[in-house]
Design a protein around this ligand. Sequence first.
Ligand code: PFF
Length: 467
Amino acid sequence: MAGDDVSIHGSWASRWVFILAATGSAVGLGSIWKFPYMTGVYGGGAFVVMFLLFIALLGVPVMVAETLIGRRARLSPANALKALAVHTGHGGKWSWAAFAGMVTALLILSFYSVVGGWSLDYILGVGAGNFQGIDGEKAGGYFAAMVDDPWRMILWHSAFMLLSAGVIARGVVAGLERSLRIMMPLLFVLLLILLGYSLTTGHFMDGVRFMFHLDPSRLMDGLLPAMGHAFFSLSVGIGSILIYGAYMPKQTSITGTVMAVALLDTFVSLLAGLALFPIVFAAGLNAGEGPGLMFVTLPLAFGNVAFGQLIGVVFFVLVAVAAWSSAISLLEPMVAYLVERTRFSRLWVTSALAFGCWFVGLGTVFSFNIWKEAKFFVTDGGAFQLYQWGAAGGLDLFGVIDFFTSRIMLPLGALTFVVFASWVMGRDAVRDELAMRNATLFAVTFFLMRYVAPLGILIVFAAQLFK
Ligand code: PFF
């Protein structure tokens, strides 16, 4: 178990492949689609500042914890927790946390695939020239028409799920490495091109002000959402990074690598925000528009720049690839576990799980059209109601799944992993696995893992409950 470089799942060829895969997992719709729209909904600067703080103080320590658990055990999340707990004289019950993580992953993938499908739809939309010379109203109309049509969404949702499952069925290492080496750098370049466009809108500073001006009155609103999104964005809390850590070569520095991935991920989020908001303000769009924000804003850029049609197609291809490499990391922990525990083949296991996610994803598809009026947790107008058709407030089904996964399950999963590493495995095991040369740096890292991250998560939960 601990220490050897071979596992039944294979190993990354080098440290770079781990960085590539973990960045592929972290950078995805969370950075490009979700971060900007949440920033818009939760008040700009207040959300961004808390998000950055949570990434540094909670997200990174949890990511270090997950990676080191994975590399020490070289097993899928549930079996890793069990093996290491038993190894240190604790009960095997810890593996339940990993099962909860698998359910969370399944739920996240269900809506992730729907939004990944939107980017596939947009590849064709831009390619066909639909966005040439488009204005804000038409861009909004295009998005509304897409989400109004359940069949169109189901088609792209299915295509996205098939593409992701196809790679996993063949084995992650080969499939990921080949595609990500080219795609990830290209994504950066295209985001920079978009940033260049937003500099020409005349509203660049409005965007910057919106993203970094801290309005203290909005701090509490976005507290739990910012924490949940920090975990979502780094892919921690469900075992995705753990399973990638399980494929990591022994001599690689965990902390250095994790820092690189976290920085890249945060950089992409900020870049996406800085590219989007100036366009939003220049076109007089609503920054708090919600999930449609990126899909309404970017067509304006592509419709109004030279070579916009070509750049737009490439951009949405890259968004789809970024989403696809994250989707893979959502499925992989479950697939690895079932391959370890059952006699079913990788192909069979992947197909069954992908079908399950696809089916649950129909709930998200319908949230935007035929079930639009189905609202849960309605508090408007006094009394609380679990469900009401046509209520003004409350959450639609997509909102419920998002709330449950990002705001409850990911933080709980993160808490479990970081407590497991720092308290159950203990200081010596962590020191051994991190192998940091600088003793002070190790002390700081361990302090963050042992005290700051767990307490931070609990305090945010408590603040939310009693606000
Ligand atoms: N980090 C991904 C993103 O930001 O798009 C989403 C994600 C992947 C979340 C894997 C959680 C996860 F385990």
